[in-house]
Design a protein around this ligand. Structure first.
Ligand code: ATP
Ligand code: PRP
Ligand code: MG
Length: 299
């Protein structure tokens, strides 16, 4: 039964998104033992319970209004949405934000030695996939007739096993495709993990916890993307130094004790500082360059 005094969050139990999802919740201030193998775990310091399930079940739990908040890949979310729309089932949810992990592509791939001309190659072929609804929508829009072979795993072995002419599956580095003698020929969409919530019957108490969590999650992600940079620079090179520090906010300039030709500069930058930029800073006369990670941020 639903408890209106506690927010329920669902994340992947184990897999590509589970470590990052758990870490995000903990970095957002939640005290919770997510290493425990239980299906549901209670936070000690916030009115929040966390459920760990297979990622395929997450969109449905949100769309059916059973769980309030979830973290899932956009690929899995889109597939469930199209499936439910085709069956005229409930498919409402709100996407609150994209997260900074789970980045991958959904692509069409074929055996490495097969000639490929354009998308019409796929006319009258059989494609192995775990995403038949996304694939159908894509090919229907292009008037391409195909047959799908639905597999929940080991999709990449389908062509060599003689089950299909090509595959439609997730690609990140491309190593799995290579290992199975396949090559990517079309990228259909990109995907990230995202934070979603149910769209109905949320009481004010739960809404306020979600808003608090959302602000914290944005802060965690912003902090992860940002760096605190400290350096000494000749006064005469200040403008050039700032130009090199892309994504930097207004710097704090501090006088040095016994060198009035140089100043110390502290700045928060939304971008990482690469070795090449540090070398360019050195050429401008900068010294004592420190790049520090930021733990938390709130604007
Ligand atoms: N190689 C990858 N790099 C980055 N993100 C990925 C990668 N593969 C998958 N993902 C993202 O992580 C999600 C979960 O992937 P995973 O392989 O753990 O799923 P699964 O095997 O279906 O897990 P489950 O047992 O929960 O059903 C994918 O739906 C996708 O959004
Ligand atoms: O392009 P790559 O970097 O090789 O990544 C792509 C692979 O990653 C995922 O599988 P995962 O390794 O999570 O295992 P799975 O078989 O359990 O889905 C996905 O299903 C691909 O098979
Ligand atoms: Mg799954």
């Amino acid at each position: 039964m639903q408890n209106n005094n506690r927010l329920r969050i669902v994340i992947q139990k184990s897999g590509r998104l589970s470590t990052d999802s758990k870490q995000l919740l903990i970095q957002s201030g939640m005290k919770i033992d997510l290493e425990d193998k239980r299906l549901i775990t209670f936070s000690e310091n916030m009115p929040i319970d966390v459920m760990c399930v297979r990622d395929d079940d997450i969109p449905g739990l949100i769309m059916d209004g059973i769980i309030d908040l979830g973290i899932v890949g956009e690929n899995v979310l889109k597939e469930e949405l199209l499936k439910r729309q085709s069956k005229l089932e409930d498919s409402n949810y709100i996407k609150l934000m994209r997260l900074d992990f789970g980045h991958c592509k959904l692509s069409l791939s074929i055996p490495i030695n097969t000639n490929y001309f354009d998308i019409n190659f796929f006319n009258h072929t059989r494609i192995a996939t775990s995403y038949p609804y996304i694939l159908k929508k894509y090919f229907d829009d292009k008037n391409i007739i195909f047959k799908s072979c639905s597999l929940n795993g080991s999709v990449e072995v389908a062509p060599s096993a003689g089950l299909a002419d090509g595959i439609f599956d997730l690609v990140s580095t491309g190593a799995t495709l290579k290992a199975n003698g396949l090559r990517e020929v079309e990228v259909i969409c990109y995907s990230y993990a995202c934070l979603i919530c149910k769209s109905n019957n949320m009481n004010l108490f739960k809404k306020s916890i979600i808003n608090k969590l959302l602000t914290r999650i944005k802060g965690v992600i912003k902090a992860r993307e940002s760096k605190y940079i400290m350096l000494h620079t000749p006064r005469s090179q200040l403008k050039k130094v700032m130009k090199l520090l892309r994504g930097a906010e207004e710097p704090t300039i501090i006088e040095l004790g016994n060198d009035n030709k140089k100043v110390a500069m502290h700045v928060v930058s939304s971008e990482n500082l690469f070795w090449e930029t540090m070398e360019e800073l050195k050429l401008l006369g900068a010294s004592s360059i420190l790049v520090l990670p930021i733990e938390k941020m709130m604007e």
